[in-house]
Ligand binder design. Structure first.
Ligand code: FAD
Length: 416
């Protein structure tokens, strides 16, 4: 079913009882050309682009829970391409361009909103770092504006400008950045892949990877053995456990990140704002809730829930930046499991096992990467060679000493 203003009208007249389901509920076939492990944003986008761009449709996405139950439906929805390093910037800008046409492309309302992101700075040193980042973006052909304190004050007057310890001195603005409705992105890609013949198989956990003579022949699952020619892992926070089934040890640690939503209030925050004196980011959803988050809980975990200490820390940072936040009630908080890489940048690569492909290391920035990740991973799987913009996101970069350390924090995954 194609969605349009006409289909909304037509279905309204029949009491909205005739909408077709968004995707089928197929039973797994014995064998596929490609199996993708993980029905999150990246797995579904990969299936979509495999079918759409490369005509490969004998594909199954295996999801242990329901589609979108992982981080794709748990994040704070920020989309941006304000990266600095050569390994990242062209990749995230491709993602930004795909975001800009995504809703028309997959015929689904993902509520993409280019409301702009402002990264605040609070010291001279931080201003220099943001000026450098902005310059690097502009050299890659991406717009960036360095705002002084008065310009920021005009745009967002409700910040605490008088904070003696963390004065707001200005901000780096990317106007094309913004937010998108996270679970709608999973649904849009899932629906688009299903329409092209991809089998989306929910409640199907991969429990083992079968290999013969050094190549993968298929996966053991809770729905039995399923064979494949190529196996692609897009399991985000569970990547290391799934990869271990093929005896792969990866430079990934799993950590929890929490998100928070307040009660709905009248429109107050027009942009995405990040606090440079700590690590706090906030935007307002279309329903009026303030959506925010901060740092990781600082120890490894596979639990999709976080700790009170981090809740306290997050709220403290938020109130330091926007004092009025103390008057708003938090309604919900939850956690997601992040696949933190050693340099904070992702991996889209082949592995030492010829027909096993890897997509991971998204840390807490993988939502914005969803379109380019799916696009480049599909390219790699279909052609056995990396896409130009993902050519540096290699697994062996750690061995070769070519880390892509955007934050300059060294090999400590929970700091990125
Ligand atoms: C609180 C929070 C805030 C965030 N904020 C942002 C943000 O503002 N901007 C941004 O860009 N990024 C953000 N992120 C990061 C982003 O959400 C992730 O990097 C990205 O969603 C990861 O890719 P994915 O969507 O494919 O992951 P997921 O949705 O987690 O998909 C992986 C899937 O694999 C499945 N799976 C795992 N093991 C198996 C198995 N054995 N068999 C079958 N299926 C399996 C899981 O159930 C899961 O559904 C945030 C994350 C969190 C948790």
């Amino acid at each position: 079913m194609r969605y349009s203003a006409f289909s909304i009208l037509k279905n309204a007249f029949s009491g909205n009882r005739n909408w077709a389901p968004m995707w089928r509920e197929p039973q797994p076939k014995p064998h596929y050309d490609v199996i993708i492990v993980g029905g999150g944003g990246h797995g579904l986008a990969t299936a979509y682009y495999l079918a759409k761009e490369h005509g490969i449709t004998n594909v199954a996405v295996l999801e242990k829970s329901y589609l979108g139950s992982g981080n794709v439906g748990r994040n704070t929805t920020i989309v941006r391409s304000n990266y600095m390093l050569e390994g990242n910037e062209p990749f995230y800008e491709l993602s930004m361009k795909l975001w800009e046409g995504l809703e028309q492309d997959f015929n689904y309302n993902a509520m993409m909103s280019q409301r702009g992101i402002i990264n605040l700075f609070h010291s001279d040193g931080q201003r220099d770092a943001y000026a450098r980042r902005g310059n690097s973006m502009r050299m890659h052909g991406i717009e960036a504006e360095l705002l002084d304190r008065e310009q920021v004050k005009k745009m967002i007057p409700y910040l605490n400008y008088e904070h003696a310890r963390f004065p707001v001195l200005g901000g780096l603005l990317q106007r094309r950045a913004g937010t998108a409705r996270h679970d709608a992105v999973a649904w849009g890609y899932g629906r688009g892949a299903d329409q092209r013949g991809v089998d989306l198989i929910q409640q199907c956990e991969v429990t083992g990877i079968r290999r013969e003579n050094g190549v993968v022949t298929g996966v053991e699952t809770t729905k039995g053995f399923i064979g494949c020619n190529k196996l692609a892992l897009a399991a985000a926070g569970n990547t290391s456990t799934v990869a271990r089934m093929a005896d792969l040890q990866l430079p990934i640690e799993s950590h929890v990140l929490q998100a928070f939503v307040t009660e709905g209030i009248k429109p107050a925050i027009d942009n995405v704002i990040t606090y440079g004196a700590g690590h706090f980011y906030i935007s307002q959803s279309d329903k009026g809730g303030l959506v925010f988050g901060a740092n990781l809980d600082y120890y490894s975990s596979y639990a999709q829930r976080g700790n009170l200490e981090t809740v306290e820390h997050t709220i403290e940072e938020g109130v330091s930046m926007i004092p009025g936040l103390s008057r708003v009630r938090v309604l919900r908080a939850w956690g997601g499991v992040m696949d933190m890489s050693m340099d904070g940048s992702p991996i889209i690569d082949r592995t030492a096992i010829d027909n096993l492909y890897l997509n991971c290391g998204w840390c807490y920035g993988g939502f914005k990467a969803t379109p380019a990740s799916g696009f480049c991973f599909a390219h790699l799987i279909a052609r056995n060679e990396p896409h130009q913009v993902a050519r540096l996101l290699r697994l062996d970069r750690f061995r070769r000493g070519f880390a892509i350390d955007e934050g300059g924090k060294g090999p400590q995954p929970n700091l990125h």
